[in-house]
Design a protein around this ligand. Structure first.
Ligand SMILES: NC(=O)N[C@H]1NC(=O)NC1=O
Length: 173
């Protein structure tokens, strides 16, 4: 895909293609469409991120709440989005032992109880051993810092998804 094609997309097509750059938040793609034309992928990405940054805290927490748990119920029930399924599988989270699943479920529940939103991590940059370690570490962070960290992970996920669509190297975005 190239930018000329993106800039010529009508609203419906744009939201179909970019609606899940931020997990289950097509509203963000809908808002970004109004800001076309985009000069390059980096510029497009900036608009997604600026929308997130401009939200009040309740909206930012809402974005986090749109994310499925890592190795959670939706993975078990095969109701994840295609992108999330691929990311979680890539990190080995679809082949956890029963004990690993239980450990992650307990940590996910503790995290949600403490912060009021699910634990979000760019699974493609992690692996099945690192996920529970990172979760346990972030559980001890102050809430304001944790919100910033979690939104940073949302952006990493978005950057990787954009890079997939454009066949780009995410490090160069
Ligand atoms: N909870 C959570 O981090 N979920 C997200 N992470 C990721 O890489 N894909 C997701 O859906």
């Amino acid at each position: 895909m190239d930018m000329e094609k993106v800039n010529s997309m009508d609203f419906g097509e744009f939201v179909d293609v970019f609606g899940n750059i931020i997990e289950r938040c097509p509203l963000i793609a809908a808002a970004v469409w109004s800001q076309r034309p985009f000069s390059d992928v980096e510029d497009l990405e900036k608009h997604f991120f600026a929308f997130i940054d401009a939200l009040p805290q309740s909206g930012q927490e809402g974005i986090l709440r749109c994310h499925p748990d890592l190795a959670g119920r939706e993975l078990q029930q095969s109701t994840l989005t295609a992108e999330s399924q691929r990311e979680q599988a890539g990190a080995g989270l679809t082949s956890l032992s029963a004990a690993e699943q239980l450990q992650l479920a307990e940590l996910n529940a503790l995290y949600r109880a403490r912060f009021g939103f699910p634990f979000v991590l760019a699974a493609r940059l992690s692996n099945r051993a690192a996920v529970p370690r990172e979760l346990a570490r972030r559980l001890r962070c102050p809430p304001a810092e944790e919100l910033r960290t979690a939104l940073g992970e949302v952006k990493k996920i978005g950057r990787l998804r954009l890079a997939d669509l454009f066949g780009a190297d995410p490090a160069r975005l």
